[in-house]
Design a protein around this ligand. Structure first.
Ligand code: LLP
Length: 418
């Protein structure tokens, strides 16, 4: 993990000891390193230097306003999937002209708002959506810049829930039908065909599936050019994996170098939509051991963080490292299942982990900066965790822990006479 290391037996983020963060803000709490976020973004931006390009951070990975703001200050673009994400980007100081709008189910009011603020491009995923965007833009007296997400039918070799580029997935238009749909769009009055996009899945640890998809997409760009439709930008989506345990995914530099080779000589701006590879290893979730419970079968460490706070282990059987915040000099490691207080057998953050534990210990769940807080829920009426950003030797609360008042906000009893 970037910017998280032990100093004198204490886990620190940048120049801040995480035990102090837990003391000040309680647990469970997400902690992000500003520097790690910035460096991860700049790895993309630097690798693309000299080529027309835009790095649109996928807001869904971590949409905290402070996170978006840190990236906006570096000139990042943003990939959004809802009007909620759009408003977040604007509040965080993001530039509307650098926003691409993905997602299979854009609603008319979302399209309207995106047109109003002047986003860069709508990434369209079906013919029905094309008709809707054309119609809404028409009623607003505007022309919407569009790209089609093509489904190149390649296997990303990742978890089935986060694999999106196969014909059986709900995403994108069939690559074999794309020429017809592009021609249809070119004849419409309120859309301007500017791009082509694809996103084949997430947590890819090899470059080959990306390159296979790129080959197919480039063939399509050429076919479409034969119809007189010129694609100005190619958006290759997100998907680059990160190291959770021992994976060795390509770096953004390696991946982009391969892409640049393939597009050499073409007049194509490149857009990328990385989410996980920017945020995952910039964050941890701090949690405290409440009780140790050893049955004949298993050792359970009951922690105060649960599946509602971080659902990836329960939902995808995802493995995230769990490490002590303070290294212990005495005692021995044992095998522990780290389980939360939620009433579900599937409520665990880690299984069979070798740790030297005592009740009251603080733990850090690693690589939790992406798809962590954003997927948290209030299940079991648990308030969502606090979020903290570390900047050098300072920690800033960037989202308060949810209170009981937050939990019941908007709820109402039936009238007394009913
Ligand atoms: N662009 C599009 C159109 C996407 O659907 C996604 C992610 C991204 C970009 C960003 O992909 P990334 O660079 O983060 O891989 N909740 C799951 C991941 C779901 C990814 C959904 N789409 C997880 O926790 O593993």
């Amino acid at each position: 993990m970037d910017n998280f290391e032990y100093r004198n037996g204490q886990l620190c983020c940048e120049d801040v000891a995480l035990a102090g963060v837990a003391e000040e803000f309680g647990t469970p709490t997400y902690v992000y390193s500003r520097d790690a976020l910035e460096r991860a973004y700049l790895a993309y931006a630097d690798a693309l230097e000299g080529h027309k390009s835009l790095v649109c951070y996928a807001v869904k990975a971590n949409s905290n306003l402070a996170v978006l703001n840190v990236l906006a200050r570096l000139g990042a673009g943003f990939d959004i999937v809802s009007v909620g994400e759009l408003e977040r980007v604007l509040r965080a100081g993001g530039d509307a002209a650098k926003i691409v709008f993905s997602g299979v189910g854009k609603q008319p009011h979302e399209i309207q708002r995106a047109l109003e603020v002047g986003i860069r491009c709508f990434n369209i995923e079906s013919e029905a959506e094309l008709e809707r965007v054309n119609e809404v833009a028409g009623s607003e007296g505007k022309v919407a810049a569009i790209s089609f997400r093509v489904n190149p039918d390649v296997d990303a070799g990742t978890h089935p829930y986060i694999s999106t580029g196969l014909k059986e997935n709900k995403f994108g238009i069939d690559i074999d039908d794309a020429v017809r749909i592009y021609s249809r769009a070119a004849d419409m009055d309120h859309v301007d065909v500017v791009g082509m996009d694809c996103h084949i899945g997430s947590q890819l640890t090899e470059v080959d599936p990306f390159l296979d998809a790129l080959d197919r997409v480039l063939m399509l760009v050429d076919k479409i050019a034969e119809q007189g439709i010129k694609i100005k930008h190619l958006d290759l989506g997100g998907g680059l994996g990160v190291c959770y345990t021992d994976e060795v995914p390509p770096t953004p530099q390696e991946y982009i170098a391969e892409v640049l080779k393939k597009v050499e000589g073409r007049d194509l701006e490149l857009i990328f939509e990385p989410g996980r590879s920017i945020a995952a290893n910039a964050g941890v979730m701090l949690t405290r051991v409440e009780f140790l419970k050893c049955t004949g079968e298993k050792n359970f460490a009951i922690i105060d963080g649960a599946m509602n706070d971080l659902i990836r282990p329960s939902l995808y059987s995802a493995y995230q490292e769990i490490v002590p915040v303070m290294l212990r000099e005495t005692g021995e490691e044992q095998q522990w299942d780290l389980v939360g207080p939620v009433c579900e057998t599937g409520d665990f953050l880690g299984k069979d982990r070798s740790l030297n534990l005592e009740a009251g210990d603080l733990l850090a769940v690693c690589s939790a900066g992406a798809y962590g807080f954003v997927m948290a829920s209030n299940y079991n009426s648990r308030g969502r965790p606090a979020e903290v950003m570390i900047d050098d030797n300072k920690s800033y609360l960037i989202r308060k822990r949810e209170s009981l008042a937050d939990l019941v906000k908007g709820e109402q009893l039936l009238p007394k006479d009913r």
